[in-house]
Each structure stands twice: as structure tokens, then as C-alpha cells.
Design a protein around this ligand. Structure first.
Ligand code: A3P
Length: 324
């Protein structure tokens, strides 16, 4: 990704707030520091717009917001949540299911980008309960979403950060930064200056909210999903108030959702082989799918590098009940 000027002209009303934020360039991406977090420069405007009155207004009849750090399994979670929540209109085995025609990112909008581009009016068109996604930290979301007082439910996906950083490295290499070294990405994660970082704070905020308010925030782990997707899908369905009925269980709907959202199925779809995602920076659809395994970091990092990052996170998570 190259931060070249885009034809999209974002709204200018938050320009002054954005230019007052500290900036730095990490892996060719311009980041801004907003309330302690590094966010994409182009999205910083979105963070401000979302928080203001009349920004992201949760609906009384319920919204579901998927949240994650990039490269933590967002695409998979989008597919799963969409398949679960839309299953009445779109049975997972149906040959013309949207996930067989569209990239998962086209099924669940990323609010950060919409607010940044001044295109958030599309959220008003979504039927209830709206299914949306964010990479923003909890504390950058509107207060009533963050404190759980609105009807908005949040599903957070957390991944081993060693695998997430290796995934980020491959993702950026596939999107124009062929010469990026793993060491550079590693250092930005350890220093807390990567996109969405410090990653430990991003994870901890959602973790604490899930402990304080489990009916509002569901904390999922990518590795758990890999181990037993059916259990996590049932948990997700229950959480959004659409538990599987016994006749759905008998008909094998849960397994159909696992298959529909599997890496094998998604990568085989034309919509995921071509095209790209993004308004300000384009990311190819196929770059969202690679290996989809746990522990790939061991192929690319030394055990010492792994131990060092683990030690940082263990220290940050100390006393929270969250394990790495
Ligand atoms: P790897 O690069 O380790 O393979 P995100 O969606 O947040 O950008 O995360 C991308 C990571 O999720 C990539 O990890 C990608 O391969 C993996 N992924 C994408 N779709 C998946 C799926 N259906 N099942 C499992 N993992 C998936």
C-alpha cells in the first residue's frame, strides 16, 4: 500500500483535529496517534467523526459490532457472523449465498473507513440488527457503545500476536511492500507503534469489557475457532440472540456454516480471487487469505523473538486474567 493521494475527498471538518495528532510513518503507512493509539492517518478522521454526537448512533433494537486488530481473523469472523445472522434469508447451503458471490468485507461494512470517507450514511440503510465491523480500540468508540449502555453488542476476535505480526508482514508484502523486513514489523509490534497499537491495550480493553459485561461483549480467540469452530459458532449465535434450534442442529446447519466460511471454500470463490478492498488504500481480496493456521510464526521468527514478544504481553496482561 502506498499512501498516494486518493480520488476520495474526505470531509474536511475534522482536519484541524487530525493534523494536531502526532504522526509517524510505519511501513510506508502514515499513522496518527489518537488518545494513545496509532490509527491510519486516513482513518483518524473517522475516529473523530464516529465519536461526535450524531456520529455512530447505536440503534435501540440492536447492532452487532465485530472488532479486531488487523490480521487477527477479521475476514473469517465477518463471514461467520454474517452467515449466522443472515441464515433465515440466506441458508448456508444455498448455491447463491452472498458469501459465494461477494468478499466477506463486502458483506459487513468497516465503519472506520465509512466514517473517514464521509460515507457513513450507508449504515442508516442497513436492516436491523445491523452487522458492522471496526478495528478501533474500544475507547475510541462512542461512549454508549464502549460502556455497554447502548443496545450494541460487540464480538472481539483476539489472535496470538506472533502469528498476527507474521500475517501482517505477508499482507503488506503482497500489497506492494515486497522488500519489507519481518524485523521492521516485529519492532513496531513490540514498541506498540503498529497500526492499532499498542496491541496489548487494544486487546485488554475488550477483554476487560467482556469480563465486566459478558452479555454485551463476547471475546473470541482465533486459535479456539480453529480448534472447534462449531462450538464458537454456537456461542456466537447465542450471543446475538439467534441460537440454533434443535431442527437446525439436526439438519446440520452449524456444519454448513463451518464449510461455507472455511478457508478452502472462501479462497475458491471468484470474488475472493480478484478485486480489492479499500477507499484510501487498496488491498487485494486474495491477500486476506493465506494459511489460516496457528503457530506459523515459528517458521519466520527465532524462538527468542517469540519469547520476547510473549514476555511483553504477559507483563501487560498481568493481573487481568487474560493469558497469552
Ligand atoms: P495468515 O496470514 O496467518 O494465514 P484478517 O482477516 O484480520 O485480515 O486476518 C487475516 C488472517 O486470517 C490471515 O492469516 C488469513 O489467512 C486468515 N483467514 C482468512 N480467512 C480465514 C478462514 N476462513 N479461516 C481461517 N483463517 C482465515
Amino acid at each position: 500500500p502506498t499512501p498516494t493521494p486518493s480520488p476520495v475527498r474526505p470531509p474536511t471538518e475534522h482536519d484541524a483535529a487530525v493534523s494536531a495528532m502526532p504522526a509517524r510513518v510505519v511501513h510506508n503507512l502514515k499513522l496518527r496517534q489518537h488518545q494513545g493509539y496509532w490509527v491510519l492517518d486516513t482513518w483518524a478522521r473517522g475516529a473523530v467523526a464516529m465519536q461526535r454526537g450524531g456520529g455512530l448512533v447505536p440503534r435501540a433494537d440492536g447492532d452487532v459490532l465485530l472488532a479486531s486488530l488487523p490480521k487477527s481473523g477479521t475476514t473469517w469472523l465477518k463471514a461467520l457472523a454474517f452467515a449466522v445472522m443472515a441464515r433465515a434469508a440466506h441458508p448456508p447451503a444455498s448455491p447463491d449465498h452472498p458469501l459465494r458471490r461477494l468478499n466477506p468485507h463486502d458483506c459487513v461494512p468497516l465503519i472506520d473507513r465509512l466514517f473517514a470517507a464521509g460515507r457513513d450514511a450507508v449504515l442508516d440503510e442497513l436492516p436491523s440488527p445491523r452487522l458492522m465491523c471496526t478495528h478501533m480500540p474500544l475507547s475510541l468508540l462512542p461512549a454508549t457503545v464502549a460502556d455497554g449502555s447502548s443496545g450494541c453488542k460487540i464480538i472481539y476476535i483476539c489472535r496470538d500476536q506472533k502469528d498476527a505480526l507474521v500475517s501482517m508482514w505477508h499482507f503488506l508484502k503482497r500489497n506492494g511492500l515486497q522488500n519489507l523486513s519481518l524485523q521492521e514489523v516485529y519492532e513496531s509490534f513490540c514498541e506498540g507503534t503498529c497500526f492499532g497499537g499498542p496491541v496489548w491495550n487494544h486487546i485488554l480493553e475488550y477483554w476487560r469489557a467482556s469480563k465486566a459485561n459478558p452479555s454485551r461483549v463476547l471475546f473470541l480467540r482465533y486459535e479456539q475457532l480453529l480448534q472447534d469452530p462449531t462450538d464458537s459458532i454456537r456461542e456466537l449465535a447465542e450471543f446475538v440472540g439467534q441460537p440454533f434450534t434443535s431442527s437446525e442442529e439436526e439438519a446440520g446447519v452449524v456444519t454448513e456454516i463451518v464449510e461455507l466460511c472455511s478457508m478452502e471454500n472462501l479462497v475458491s470463490q471468484k470474488a475472493n480471487k480478484e478485486g480489492s478492498q479499500g477507499v484510501f488504500i487498496k488491498f487485494s481480496h486474495n491477500s486476506y487469505f493465506r494459511k489460516g493456521v496457528a503457530g506459523d510464526w515459528m517458521i519466520h521468527m527465532t524462538p527468542e523473538m517469540g519469547k520476547h514478544l510473549d514476555a511483553i504481553l504477559r507483563d501487560k496482561f498481568d493481573g487481568s486474567g487474560l493469558t497469552i
